[in-house]
Design a protein around this ligand. Structure first.
Ligand SMILES: [Zn+2]
Length: 259
């Protein structure tokens, strides 16, 4: 083992510290923007409840630092959510929503991450529903208008591209971890990974995931989502996935082999 490697190894071992992963929780909608509503099941309320339970779990764990985009039933514009995450330098953005579909049999949890693949029609429709507030605010240009790389220098563009790739990989990794947690529970409902151009996960500079916690349009699932124990279980599952995600990213330095 060379001196440099030895030093590096000691540095990694002795300094791999308890660093807290800063998570921005984002309960979707709020205020006049109720999100999907089926009977007494209102998306804005349900996602806030799950987000608050998840926040409590994360606050109790020194491995995490947690912020939240809203703690009450109020409107927070989509750009403000992204801005907040950037301001506090959050390292992970977790947006919570609840789904709705024309087919009442549609069920399960869906995890969305941002990538460059063309989204399927269904996902595009869902994204347009979730981005509705923006559309109403006539800020649609803001949604579709990407950064113009040609205005930047080549190096800046390359760095930006690498950062974007890294962000996409981390987002995918997190969605895969979430799916794994869901699949471990045999009683758990179907879980799928998808991608769609949701504003909040497209515009954040940190890895991000949007979780549709279930279909309010499915009467059985809506009933479950209104149940406090089920909300607790959802929060617990997301928390477990975040713990596992953090363990995985902490293992990166350990991959350095020392002879
Ligand atoms: Zn929503």
């Amino acid at each position: 083992m060379t001196f440099i490697l030895k030093t590096l190894f000691c540095f990694l071992v002795t300094t791999s510290p308890a660093w807290a992963l800063h998570i921005m929780l984002d309960p979707g909608h709020g205020g006049i923007d109720t999100g999907a509503v089926y009977g007494s099941a209102k998306e804005a309320d349900l996602v806030l409840k799950v987000a608050q339970r998840l926040k409590t779990l994360l606050e109790q764990d020194p491995d995490f630092k947690v912020s939240i985009t809203r703690t009450a039933d109020r409107v927070v514009a989509l750009p403000a959510r992204v801005k907040l995450a950037e301001q506090v330098k959050a390292e992970l953005f977790v947006s919570l929503h609840a789904n709705a579909a024309t087919d009442p049999r549609a069920k399960g949890v869906e995890f969305f991450f941002q990538n460059h693949l063309p989204p399927d029609e269904e996902s595009l429709f869902l994204a347009s529903q979730e981005n509705q507030l923006m559309i109403n605010a006539k800020e649609i240009n803001e949604i579709s208008g990407g950064d113009d790389l040609s205005k930047k220098g080549d190096v800046a563009a390359i760095v930006e591209d690498l950062q974007r790739q890294n962000r996409i990989n981390s987002s995918l990794r997190l969605t895969q971890t979430l799916t794994r947690v869901w699949r471990q529970d045999k009683d758990s409902t179907h879980a799928a990974i998808k991608q769609a151009p949701f504003y909040v996960i497209s515009k954040t500079s940190m890895p991000s995931v949007l979780i549709e916690i279930g279909f309010l349009s499915n009467p059985r699932e809506a009933k479950k989502l209104l149940n406090a124990d089920y909300q607790k279980d959802l929060a617990q599952k997301i928390y477990s996935a975040l713990v596992s995600y953090k363990e995985k990213i902490e293992k990166v330095p350990a991959k350095i082999t020392v002879n």
